[in-house]
Design a protein around this ligand. Structure first.
Ligand code: URA
Length: 236
């Protein structure tokens, strides 16, 4: 059993500072397993105890993993001076310090974003060495051509960054393709199609690793990943 001080645990897993937690405890707003907390230094087992603040249960997981259906017009960042970010859209009951999106989608790209405070998992998903597949639906302003699929499979030279890793392009409709990447260069899909004079008019990420976007999430909504889903991301 690994116990920790109540104020340390709560501050690490919420947006309250330790000082604020102490104040909440002093005001009698914090309960542990249904009884008022004895003090901010009370020892709590994060795996077993139920801690509530003002009647609301605070998740005590060591790490948090969220899947969001990113809407257009929101930036993939923790903070931005001029635009709303994906972290701004996380509801208060799931918000905690240190959350960030694992990887960037362009402001106008929609779909799956993993938001976490687990830097190791984010690195794993994003590193080209891990080869974690990221799947997108791309709508173009013109018909797909066989040359595009051949070029994507061979790797497309993108200036100083060199050539992309081989990518899969599967035509779904005349102007709609499923594209699978194993890396994430800046504006990668848009730049790959631009080599063929095509403009991406709509882009949506539909899966990462073995995990598909939960289509029941409305734009801007997020939910926690199940332990099985986290495992899927960790395996890759
Ligand atoms: N490729 C792009 O061009 N934009 C994205 O947001 C993701 C991949």
């Amino acid at each position: 059993m690994k116990t920790e001080r109540l104020d340390k645990i709560l501050a690490a897993q919420s947006t309250w500072s330790r000082k604020e937690v102490k104040e909440l405890v002093r005001k009698g707003l914090v309960t542990v397993d249904g009884s008022p907390a004895k003090g901010a230094d009370q020892k709590v087992d994060p795996d077993k105890s139920c801690v509530q603040v003002a009647g609301r249960t605070v998740p005590l997981r060591i790490r948090l993993y969220l899947m969001m259906n990113k809407p257009a017009g929101v930036v993939s960042a923790s903070r931005d001076d001029s635009c709303p970010t994906v972290v701004d859209l996380v509801p208060p009951e799931l918000l905690r310090q240190g959350l960030f999106p694992a990887g960037r989608l362009d402001k106008d790209t929609t779909g799956m974003v993993i938001i976490t405070d687990d830097g190791a998992l984010a690195h794993r998903i994003l590193s080209p060495k891990s080869h974690v597949p990221k799947v997108y639906l791309a709508r173009l302003d013109r018909p797909l051509t066989p040359e595009m699929a051949e070029g994507f499979a061979a790797g497309i030279p993108l200036g100083e960054e060199g050539a992309t890793l081989p990518a899969k392009l599967e035509p779904l409709e005349e102007t709609l393709a499923r594209v699978t990447l194993r890396e994430g260069m800046y504006h990668q899909i848009k730049r790959m199609f631009a080599v063929y004079g095509a403009k991406v008019v709509e882009l949506r990420r539909i899966s990462m690793g073995g995990l598909a976007l939960d289509e029941s999430l409305a734009p801007g909504q997020c939910r926690e990943l199940t332990p099985q889903e986290v495992e899927l991301l960790q395996q890759r």
